[in-house]
Design a protein around this ligand. Structure first.
Ligand SMILES: Nc1ncnc2c1ncn2[C@@H]1O[C@H](COP(=O)(O)OP(=O)(O)O)[C@@H](O)[C@H]1O
Ligand SMILES: [Mg+2]
Length: 338
C-alpha cells in the first residue's frame, strides 16, 4: 500500500474563453505531492504554472478534474468547508509589497492571520510574530516598521513569516524570489531551504528558473502550453532529461549545459527563434512538435501521453526512452550511449 499524497491533482483542466476563442491554460494535469517532498513547476511564461497554483488553492475553479488534499476530494468544497484547508495551505507570491497591508506595521502583518483564525491570546500572537521575525532574519525591533520602510528582501521575509504564522503544511510559492536581486534571491532561497526542515513543510514551488528549482525541490514538473511534458525526481530529470523540451530548457541554462545531449550542436547565435504555437490554435498531435528537433509523422497524428521512462521519471514524448519507444538511430547517436 502506498502513502496518501498531501496534494494530488488528477486530470486538472482549466479553460479560458476570450475574444480569440477557447484555450486550455491547464490541460489534464496530474501529479502527486507527498508530504515532505517539494515539487517545482517549471516552464516558459504562459505555460500554465500560476493557473495550476491557483487551481490547487481553490482560488480558481477547475473546468475539469479533481484536487485531493490528504486523500480528500476538495474540488467542489464550499467556502465554509474550505476554511480549515485555507489555514493548512499558505502562499507566498512574487510581489511581497503588494501582498502586505501597507498601513499596518510588519509585526501586525504577521499577527493578522492569527487574529483572523483566532489563534492564541494577544500576547501569544505578538510573541509568536516576534519569534517568526527572528526566524526569517528580520530583527524583532523592527516590529513597528511599515512595509514601505524595509527593503524588498525584508518584505519577502515578512511575507514568508506571515505564511508560517498559521503552521501550514503546504506552502505554495509562485515566483517567490523572481523579483529580487540575485544576491537577495540567494539569501531567501537559503532561508526557504532552512524552513523546509524546521517546519516540516511541503512546497509547491512555481518558477521559470531551473537553477532555483534544483536548489529547493525534490520533484519537478515541466509544463509546456498547459501540459506536463515531463515529471519526476529532480535528481533524474536534471541529470538526464527525457523530453526534448526539458533538454532545450536545461541546455539554455549555463549551469546545466552538461545536460545537453552529447554531441548536439548548440547554435551560438539564433537569428530567429521559432515561435511557439498559439494556445488558441494548437497543432495536432504533440503540441511541442513544431519546435521539436526530432518530431516525426507520428508526433503529428498522435498526442504523446506521460509514460515511465526511468526511475520515477515520466515523459510525454514518443521517443523518450522506455519500453514503448521506437529506436531512432539518429537520436541514439546524438545522445551517445549511457
Ligand atoms: N483569467 C484569464 N483569462 C484568460 N486567459 C488567462 C487567464 N489567466 C491566465 N490566462 C492564460 O492562461 C495561460 C497560462 O497562464 P499562467 O498560468 O499565468 O502561466 P504562467 O504562470 O506559466 O506564466 C496564458 O496564456 C494566460 O494568458
Ligand atoms: Mg505565472
Amino acid at each position: 500500500m502506498s502513502e496518501t499524497p498531501l496534494l494530488e491533482a488528477s486530470e486538472l483542466t482549466r479553460r479560458f474563453r476570450s475574444r480569440q476563442g477557447v484555450m486550455s491554460a491547464v490541460d489534464r494535469v496530474s501529479f502527486r505531492l507527498m508530504r515532505g517532498e517539494h515539487l517545482g513547476i517549471v516552464g516558459a511564461s504562459g505555460s500554465g504554472k500560476s493557473t495550476v497554483a491557483k487551481l490547487v488553492q481553490r482560488l480558481l475553479p477547475a473546468t475539469e478534474g479533481h484536487i485531493y488534499y490528504s486523500g480528500r476530494d476538495v474540488t467542489n468544497l464550499g467556502e465554509r468547508a474550505l476554511r480549515p484547508l485555507r489555514r493548512r495551505i499558505q502562499s507566498v507570491s512574487q510581489n511581497p509589497y503588494a501582498s502586505l497591508f501597507p498601513n499596518k506595521s510588519i509585526g501586525q502583518n504577521i499577527v493578522e492571520p492569527m487574529l483572523l483564525h483566532r489563534m492564541g491570546s494577544p500576547k501569544e500572537r505578538m510573541d509568536s510574530a516576534m519569534r517568526l521575525m527572528r526566524q526569517v532574519g528580520v530583527p524583532s525591533e523592527q516590529f513597528y516598521a511599515f512595509p514601505h520602510e524595509i527593503s524588498g528582501g525584508q518584505q519577502q521575509r515578512i511575507a514568508i513569516a506571515r505564511a508560517l504564522a498559521l503552521h501550514p503544511e503546504l506552502l505554495i510559492l509562485d515566483e517567490a524570489v523572481s523579483s529580487l536581486d540575485v544576491s537577495i534571491q540567494a539569501q531567501i532561497l537559503h532561508l526557504l531551504v532552512e524552513l523546509q526542515g524546521q517546519y516540516s513543510l511541503t512546497y509547491l514551488f512555481v518558477s521559470h528558473n531551473l537553477a532555483v528549482v534544483r536548489m529547493i525541490c525534490t520533484q519537478v514538473a515541466v509544463m509546456f502550453l498547459g501540459r506536463i511534458v515531463e515529471l519526476g525526481p529532480v535528481s533524474e530529470i536534471f541529470s538526464h532529461p527525457a523530453h526534448p523540451y526539458t533538454q532545450a530548457l536545461l541546455a539554455a541554462v549555463p549551469d546545466f549545459s552538461s545536460a545537453r545531449p552529447a554531441g548536439a550542436d548548440v547554435p551560438q547565435e539564433v537569428d530567429s527563434e521559432p515561435e511557439p504555437p498559439s494556445p488558441y490554435r494548437l497543432p495536432s498531435g504533440c503540441r511541442y512538435r513544431t519546435l521539436c528537433p526530432i518530431a516525426t509523422q507520428r508526433c503529428e497524428s498522435e498526442e504523446p501521453q506521460l509514460r515511465t521512462v526511468g526511475a520515477g521519471q515520466h515523459a510525454a514524448c514518443h521517443y523518450s526512452g522506455g519500453a514503448e519507444a521506437e529506436p531512432d538511430p539518429a537520436r541514439t547517436e546524438r545522445e551517445g550511449v549511457r
